[in-house]
Design a protein around this ligand. Structure first.
Ligand SMILES: Cc1cc2nc3c(=O)[nH]c(=O)nc-3n(C[C@H](O)[C@H](O)[C@H](O)COP(=O)(O)O)c2cc1C
Ligand code: SF4
Ligand code: SF4
Length: 395
């Protein structure tokens, strides 16, 4: 059995799986269930400062799933690409009740899991008040959340709308906090990596990257926004590549650990984030749709994979993909001898490749699709769309 344990800032996590701050961590009872489900840690839903207290009450209903239930085989099979759109801002608690909930969470999970509190202020005074209060709780870790995709839409300087203040907030909170802390940065910033660097210099023990985007959907029959009538958090497993990009870029320049997370849907995604440098990997959407017990399934699957590959611990794969990531300037352009080929035995003449070949290099014949090598650019789109595997790119 490989060692899945991770230690950062002196805190030991039994595995790298973190319940992201969201509905599944709305209170101590939920966090307890999440740790029992196999996660190494849980970030409680964020406490908003009083300026954002409107966010403590939620619209009903507040979740929309696009391209989810219509997936063939649902609910036995779940799609990999879909959108979760929601408006559920922060914890329903005020300051005192939140701190009490943090204490109860720690009492409930004891040493079986790491309890992480999450704070989000709109003024320095709010940040400072919350930091002083959280110091007196049993939280093992504190997260400063500057990532909420829609808090600023309330007309206050908060969440993603305040990410430019992250270095100043970090410095102010670092002076007060007596616990290790991470800073969660929205990727919806001009240069999130530059901000992450400044946050590191200001004293953060870890960075949490990357949060969801915000979005809106329009119902064309009513000409109104779908759901609650405003923008909301907009994300899903399709954003995995976006998160991997930010984490890989941050890992190159930061010395402090990264808590990664965006678009995690299966155990392989946790390995992917680790390979681009993450120490911990959080999940919200997958926990919401696959249930708490998916964490223990993931931990088992990661363990089996590490064993099969001959790794004795998760730390051995941390960052191993980084050296293979090129800049776009380094990518080889126009290599010679790359062409498509069609295996006539597999071709069912569906014509899908023909409509996607913009070089006019494929024709349908009675025997199947045929590639004209003089016209073929080797772009590879035909192989990507071919449903039977008949079209391949092999030069
Ligand atoms: C319903 C919902 C509520 C959320 N609430 C919070 C929150 O209170 N604090 C926070 O930092 N992030 C919050 N998030 C963001 C998640 O922690 C996470 O960063 C984001 O969903 C991306 O991860 P995922 O792709 O695994 O869902 C919330 C996400 C969802 C879906
Ligand atoms: S590789 Fe590109 S150019 Fe060549 S046949 Fe396929 S789609 Fe056309
Ligand atoms: S997409 Fe594939 S199966 Fe369909 S015509 Fe082209 S090669 Fe044949």
């Amino acid at each position: 059995m490989a060692d899945l344990g991770v230690t950062i800032a002196g805190v030991r996590f039994k595995n790298p799986i973190v319940l992201g701050s969201a509905t599944p961590t709305m209170n101590w009872q939920c966090l307890k269930k999440g740790i029992a489900g196999g996660a190494g840690a849980g970030i409680l839903k964020s406490l908003f400062g009083d300026s954002g207290k409107a966010g403590r009450r939620y619209p009903r209903p507040r979740f929309k799933l696009y391209d989810y239930k219509n997936y063939p085989g649902y609910p036995r099979k779940l799609p990999r690409s879909f959108t979760l759109h929601s408006l559920e801002d922060c914890s329903g608690y005020g300051y005192e009740a939140y701190m009490e909930d943090v204490n109860r969470a720690k009492e409930a999970v004891q040493d079986n899991g790491v309890v992480m509190a999450s704070l989000s202020g709109a003024t320095l005074e709010e940040w400072e008040t919350m930091c002083s209060m959280v110091n007196e709780t049993g939280a093992d870790w504190v997260e400063l959340n500057l990532s909420c995709p829609y808090a600023a839409d309330m007309g206050i300087k908060m969440g993603a709308g305040a990410v430019d203040l992250a270095p100043a907030v970090t410095a102010a909170c670092a002076r007060i906090l007596k616990k290790p802390f991470s800073v969660k940065i929205s990727p919806q910033a001009g240069d999130p990596i530059a901000i992450a660097k400044k946050v590191e210099s200001a004293g953060a023990h870890a960075i949490n990257l990357a949060a969801r985007l915000s979005g809106i959907m329009i119902d064309i029959d009513t000409a109104r926004p779908v759901g609650w009538g405003s923008l909301g958090g907009y994300g899903g497993p399709y954003l995995l590549g976006y998160g991997l990009k930010w984490v890989s870029q941050a890992a190159r320049v930061l010395s402090i650990p990264i808590i990664a997370g965006l678009g995690v849907w299966e155990w392989q995604d946790i390995i992917r984030y680790t390979m681009v440098g993450a120490h911990l990997v959080q999940s919200a959407t997958a926990i919401m749709l696959q249930g708490y017990s998916v964490s223990s399934k993931w931990a088992e699957q990661i363990n089996t994979w590490l064993d099969q590959k001959g790794y004795s611990s998760i730390s051995e794969i941390r960052g191993i993909a980084l050296e293979h990531i090129k800049t776009t300037a380094e990518v080889e352009r126009c290599p010679e001898g790359v062409f498509a080929r069609v295996n006539e035995q597999l071709c069912d003449r569906c014509g899908v490749c023909v409509r996607s070949c913009f070089y006019d290099a494929i024709k349908l014949t009675k025997g199947g699709a045929v590639v004209n090598r003089d016209k073929c650019d080797g772009c590879g789109l035909c192989a990507e769309v071919c449903p039977t595997g008949a079209a391949v790119l092999n030069g």
